[in-house]
Design a protein around this ligand. Structure first.
Ligand SMILES: Cc1cc2nc3c(=O)[nH]c(=O)nc-3n(C[C@H](O)[C@H](O)[C@H](O)COP(=O)(O)OP(=O)(O)OC[C@H]3O[C@@H](n4cnc5c(N)ncnc54)[C@H](O)[C@@H]3O)c2cc1C
Length: 472
């Protein structure tokens, strides 16, 4: 038979990394390398998006990655882009509590205070939070913890509602665009899960050296690329083309069928073509993988239950010097349900000062980015771009005390883009991965091994190694 054929469905960073690994990664293709086709419904790079705005190249989606993890750095080096790496220039952030900004103390473990001093320094919190930490340290609340539990259940029971919803949710829930009452402690915050399982004081357990490094490095080391994170996806696309990998754009896969004829296992259908494949990597959002492969196995069908949050990023250019930013750090977090006019609540979940993070962007207008959207807040989706900009500018005027009219703006929407690792996620994903492996399928992407860019890259490469092993 001719070389084996592998189809990668989804050309986000996970699918591209999978294709790179399938074709020999840094070492390059060999006689055993399969024929690889990447089929992408929209644009290559998926969520990664770089654009020209206010006269410079900026990321309008993800703008950096955790450089303490090896996967992104490794791939960037293999792409010959290591000389384009830029380290983050600032750390820390502030939080908007009761109409004022407070610097977030450095001792927090992913949002969870580890001392009474942490809480005292957040002046917007009431005595309830201080009492919550005191009680946790001397008379910790009991909590029954099973195979998994929501982050919210742990923090609310142990430390009280105010800390849970005003501090932990904006931090943990903000990264995931989700609600701590649904998000899985086991998947997203293993040290919190273990501390809750062990019983006793949460705040004391999270200050132990074992808990801190894995979950909450004191100063996360982030990096970006001078040409934007999107340049990693473009370079990967070029390198894959050099290896004769067919990367098809704007071509949704409509069906994945077990082949009833011919020598190969699967037929992968688009509107116009059918590709025969010996193995398939599903590098789409989890629910899409469930829809495409669900008929093959109930454990794969269960992936359809995975929910994703829709978010949007609004990038604003301001005349330099017009904005008075007297607070330190790279941005501001805004708790959910922060009151807005009348009975309404703010749309803004976070503000990022892109130039404080990335010094190579300092030139011309000042750039500020606003984040909106949560798993249960899609109010922004019904608004036009112009209305959304007007609304967040008004909110920033309140949060920051004053905010000038922007010279330019850019709205980028990310529908169903952030997978929700809800309670029970690990068990569902483990079962689906096992079912996939039995069938010459593999699952890749941010729904499985972590949401960040390094985890997504790692997931793609792992899926490729699984498929290569199955084919030999
Ligand atoms: C707004 C935002 C900001 C973020 N910021 C950061 C950050 O700063 N740092 C960080 O580390 N991470 C960040 N993340 C997370 C990270 O960017 C993503 O998790 C990661 O890029 C996901 O890559 P992926 O390949 O798994 O998924 P995606 O990029 O979602 O790719 C999946 C691809 O599958 C395609 N697809 C779907 N259905 C089909 C079909 N039927 N046929 C063919 N193709 C299909 C889609 O078009 C898409 O291109 C951010 C995410 C978002 C949404």
């Amino acid at each position: 038979m001719s070389r084996p054929s592998v189809v990668v469905i989804g050309g986000g960073i996970a699918g591209l990394a999978a294709a790179w690994e399938l074709t020999g990664a840094a070492e390059g293709p060999s006689a055993e390398t399969p024929r690889v086709e990447v089929i992408e419904a929209s644009t290559v790079g998926g969520t990664l998006a770089t654009a020209t705005f206010a006269g410079r190249t900026i990321d309008v989606g993800p703008d950096g990655f955790l450089a303490r993890r090896p996967e992104a750095i490794e791939l960037i080096t293999e792409m010959g882009l290591a000389d384009q790496l830029v380290d983050i220039a600032a750390s820390g952030a502030s939080i908007y509590l009761r109409e004022a900004l407070y610097e977030i103390p450095r001792g927090l473990a992913l949002g969870v205070p580890t001392s009474r001093q942490d809480v005292a320094s957040l002046g917007g919190l009431t005595w309830r939070s201080r009492l919550g930490v005191l009680r946790d340290q001397w008379l910790p609340a009991r909590l029954k913890v099973g195979e998994d539990i929501a982050i919210g259940d742990i923090v609310r029971t142990k430390l009280g509602r105010e800390l849970a919803y005003q501090v932990v949710e904006p931090m943990v829930g903000g990264i995931q665009a989700g609600r701590i009452d649904h998000l899985s402690a086991r998947s997203l915050f293993p040290a919190l899960y273990e501390a809750a399982r062990a019983g006793g004081s949460l705040t004391r357990a999270l200050t132990t050296p074992a808990a801190t490094p894995a979950t909450a490095p004191p100063a996360p080391l982030f990096a970006t690329l001078r040409g934007g994170i999107g340049s990693l996806a473009s370079r990967l696309g070029e390198r894959l083309a050099e290896r004769d990998v067919a990367v098809r754009r704007a071509t949704p896969v409509l069906a994945l069928r077990q082949s009833t004829h011919g020598a190969r296992r699967y037929d992968v259908d688009t509107a116009d073509t059918t590709t025969a494949a010996d193995a398939v990597i599903l590098a789409t959002p989890g629910a899409v993988a469930g829809a495409l492969a669900g008929a093959l196995d109930p454990a794969l069908a269960a992936l359809s239950e995975l929910r994703s949050a829709s978010v949007a990023m609004i990038t604003l250019a301001l005349t330099r010097g017009e904005l008075d930013l007297s607070f330190p750090g790279t941005g501001v977090l805004v708790p959910l349900a922060t009151p807005w006019r009348g009975a309404d609540s703010m749309l803004t979940t976070a503000i990022t000062l892109l130039e404080r993070k990335w010094p190579h962007l300092v030139e011309g207008d000042e750039i500020v980015r606003v984040h909106v959207g949560r798993s249960d807040d899609v109010r922004f989706a019904a608004m036009s771009d112009a209305d959304l900009v007007a609304r967040v500018v008004a909110e920033l005027n309140t949060i920051l005390g004053s905010f000038p009219a922007p010279n330019a703006w850019l709205v980028r929407r990310f529908p169903n883009s952030l997978p929700q690792y809800e309670v029970g996620h690990q068990a569902l994903v483990d079962a689906a991965k096992t079912a996939a492996a039995r069938r010459h399928l593999a699952l890749a992407g941010n729904a499985y091994d972590g949401v960040g860019i390094p985890a997504s890259i790692g997931s793609g490469r792992r899926a490729a190694r699984e498929v290569l092993a199955a084919l030999t």
